[in-house]
Design a protein around this ligand. Structure first.
Ligand SMILES: Cc1cc2nc3c(=O)[nH]c(=O)nc-3n(C[C@H](O)[C@H](O)[C@H](O)COP(=O)(O)OP(=O)(O)OC[C@H]3O[C@@H](n4cnc5c(N)ncnc54)[C@H](O)[C@@H]3O)c2cc1C
Length: 497
């Protein structure tokens, strides 16, 4: 049954119910509002405001992930050359997000862009000769692509000090260090962006309900879904009907997809990893660091454990953040329950979860090491990037929960995935998002993929609007350098970055 048949076949209260008010639902709500302002949209959030879980500015690192600085997207081949295909893919995706945000800014739907996105150069930083050689080869390979043409490389400490003085001051002389510098990097406040996107969608007509948790999802006989909710304050239960449901519940998505009973969800399990960051608001220190500096993950550590020293701009104020330090909690959301992990285990995903436990010794060792780490060893990690760091100027903050996807795989039992996965029912009436990487930065291409699966019969009609909102959708800017430069320059100008 197509989406329009679902909408007309029986009287639904809503065309679309979106569960959760984080960046993913906010992006989908704004996108659908642009594509069809007449859609009846309801967003249901169990907390008392927008973006209070992973999308909150302090619950994530705010990196506009475009593979300018993240070394895990550029692996070294045996012959020493660097494979940039994944980096190009990630950058292409971020360009789609930039284009959508720029289009909404141009239409006056998002207010001032500097309230959610700012120019913050992205750097990679490595010590040792082998690392420096890799970084040089990486920069050479990347700059052959127009999306990365501004990236510079240096192994001269005085140049690196010009880019990011904190990295060099007080460092042992004679140590080989190398860095790349991309002036076109960004810092994004995904919490503020979510609020702006939802303010726009609700201004046009979307309904937004807070303190309302979705507790059940059941298929209706005539098609579509019965969505059971519980008011968190009054305890009152209610049911509404929707032709289409998007489960944008972040860490809560797996259990809701399981509740829906769709067979596609049975393939998955989840493994939560919590995180902490060191934060510094001292104006003297903050004023000396204006970049996001990414290093390399420890051997066996997952890609999202890459240490980074980030300039942040949140609510107009500058701060620094360093981390992440991994931790463990069975909760799937920061405001989740201790039963989240055990409650997600099903006969269908137990095998894959046990297979992942068996095959990922490196990850387990990393997590145990992180958990046993003392505060001074945590601070020593910061000093590898900022040798003169003073403990008195930093405090630990708790970041959002990530739920890594565990997927059943033939022949292997199960595999741990570090990317995101859109899970959709065969009829496209329900979709949900699992996983957290590259995350919020790629919310626009991910939500376009959701639209394509859930509104397949409307995509032809919407194609001209999509082309206006996201001109490079369905194409690759990298294949056309002139177009790439022009598109990036235009979005940079509109977004002020
Ligand atoms: C430590 C860390 C660092 C990160 N760094 C970056 C980064 O630098 N760049 C980047 O692009 N991405 C980053 N990410 C990833 C990014 O934060 C996430 O991908 C993104 O925020 C997920 O958005 P979401 O809308 O899916 O989920 P969330 O923001 O978690 O929102 C889900 C919402 O659903 C609600 N909800 C849950 N269950 C229910 C229910 N039953 N009923 C109603 N509502 C419900 C929750 O309360 C919440 O508000 C990071 C993540 C973490 C944890």
């Amino acid at each position: 049954m197509t989406q329009s048949q679902r909408s007309t076949a029986s009287a639904f209260e809503y065309d679309v119910v979106l569960i959760g008010a984080g960046i993913m639902s906010a992006t989908l709500a704004a996108l659908l509002t642009e594509l069809d302002p007449g859609l009846r949209i309801r967003i249901v959030e169990k907390l008392d405001g927008i973006a209070q879980e992973s999308s909150d500015a302090w619950n994530n690192a705010g990196t506009g992930h475009s593979a300018l600085c993240e070394l895990n997207y550029t692996s070294r081949r045996a012959d020493g050359s660097v494979d940039i295909s994944k980096a190009v893919d990630i950058n292409e995706q971020f360009q789609l997000s930039r284009q959508f945000w720029a289009a909404l800014v141009e239409r006056d739907h998002l207010g001032s862009p500097e309230e959610f996105i700012n120019s913050v150069p992205h750097m990679s930083f490595i010590s040792g000769t082998d690392g420096a050689d890799y970084l040089a080869a990486r920069q050479k390979a990347l700059t052959s692509n127009p999306l990365f043409s501004k990236q510079e490389f240096s192994d001269d400490p005085s140049q690196i000090a010009e880019w990011a003085p904190l990295l060099v001051a007080g460092r042992e002389p004679g140590q080989r260090i190398a860095a790349t510098f991309s002036p076109d990097g960004t810092d994004v406040d995904f919490g503020e962006l979510s609020r702006k996107l939802l303010a726009y969608a609700s201004h046009v007509g979307a309904e937004l309900a807070f303190n309302v948790a979705v507790t059940g999802l059941a298929r209706r006989a005539g098609g579509g879904w019965a969505v059971t909710t519980r008011n968190q304050r009054t305890g009152v239960e209610d049911v509404c009907s929707a032709a289409t449901v998007f489960v944008g519940a972040g860490g809560g998505a797996l259990r809701l997809l399981q509740k829906s009973g769709i067979p596609e969800a049975a393939l998955y399990g989840g493994f939560p990893i919590s995180g902490e960051f060191l934060r510094c608001d001292d104006p003297e220190v903050v004023g000396r660091h204006r970049a996001k500096v990414y290093g390399q993950a420890a051997v066996g550590a997952p890609p999202m454990s890459v240490p980074h020293l980030d300039a942040r701009i949140i609510g107009g104020k500058r701060s620094l953040m360093f981390g992440p330090y991994a931790g463990f909690s069975p909760k799937f959301l920061k405001n989740g329950s201790w039963w989240d992990l055990p409650g997600s285990v099903r006969p269908s995903n137990l095998g894959p979860m046990l297979a992942v436990a068996r095959d990922n010794f490196g990850l387990e060792k990393y997590l145990v090491t992180e958990l046993l780490r003392s505060a001074s060893s945590q601070f020593a990690a910061l000093r590898e990037y900022y040798p003169e760091a003073d403990k008195a100027q930093w405090r630990m903050i708790t970041a959002g929960q990530r739920v890594q996807v565990i997927k059943r795989k033939k022949g292997k039992g199960g595999v741990l995935q570090f990317g995101t996965e859109v899970v959709t029912s065969a009829d496209g009436s329900i979709a949900g998002l699992l996983g957290a990487s590259p995350g919020a930065s790629t919310a626009v291409p991910i939500m376009l993929a959701v639209a394509k699966r859930c509104f397949a019969d409307r995509m032809d009609e919407w194609a001209p609007k999509i082309a206006q909102l996201v001109p490079s959708y369905g194409t690759r800017l990298s294949d056309d350098p002139d177009r790439a430069h022009a598109t990036m320059a235009r979005t940079a100008e509109v977004l002020g970055i």
